[in-house]
Write a protein that binds this ligand. Sequence first.
Ligand code: AHG
Ligand code: MN
Ligand code: MN
Ligand code: MN
Length: 323
Amino acid sequence: MQRLAPALRADNVPLDLISLIKTILAATKEISFRVSQAQLGGLMGSTLDENIQGEVQKKLDVVANELFKDILLESGFVKAISSEEEDTSVAGEDNGKFIVSFDPLDGSSNIDINSLIGTIFSIHKAKPELAAGDPDQFKQAGNTQVCAGYVLYGPSTMLVMTTGKGTHFYVLDRTHGGYLLVERNVQVPVDTQEFAINMSNQRFWQAPMQNYINDLLAGDTGPRGKNFNMRWIAAMVGDIHRVLTRGGIFTYPADNKDANKPYKLRLMYEANPMSFLIEQAGGMAMTSEGRIMDMEPSDIHQRVEVIMGSKNEVEHCLSYYKK
Ligand code: AHG
Ligand code: MN
Ligand code: MN
Ligand code: MN
């Protein structure tokens, strides 16, 4: 099995980007260790603080964020970072070539039940004409990402990453401490009989999503003429990993549960990196109005509607919005 750096060099990834990726992965190895220690490390439970998203921060949210932030800012490769757990973007080196957005700990509600969690990251080139502290550094569409990935702290620790040359799977080999390539050019099957949505929000969705899900639930005697299975891990990393592995449709649609918050997932550090991975694996990643990665962001914490996964199923879902 190939090690990470040679695999990236074989894809002609520039050396400075490889160095940054290795820096990011050093942080994930540390988080992976801390996660595995659970109560032994005193990292379970919540803090007394709320993040800018209005969520109570778990201790691991904060620790993972600090680890990621410190390692990235010390590296010298990074001009600025933005994180789910930081109120604003944070300046790094003025001559840093890249900017990094990250969700240090995805699936926070799974921490205390020893279930799937992960880290998501997205890398863009820095804008040389803007200062490191200028938040406009992050006003870049997902279609200009140079790398995106996530690390899943599951029964094995896996890295799933793309630099625009396919989506590849790696596993952390603890015997030598590095990530090894286990599957190149993963492909999301175009058809599926599996969907992922938080069904408890059903009454808050818009009519097209209500109708689409009703038709899936109707099974083989309904308009789809086949049965669908449902899965919901409550961690986007876990649900997207399943979709990349065996297909499916994953959606967090618009809802009217909270008038000020029609969408849940965040564009910069959840939707964009996952869209890049899904598209590089032959899947589709959309809002009900267009391609997620073509959205011009206006804010680092911007939220967005997400419908992604197996191509034919995503297209089928979107057809309900055009009826
Ligand atoms: P985070 O833990 O980083 O705040 O993200 C949680 C997100 C995402 O991972 C997941 O798909 C979704 O929230 C779960 O939402 P519900 O709580 O509505 O199930
Ligand atoms: Mn959160
Ligand atoms: Mn998240
Ligand atoms: Mn998070």
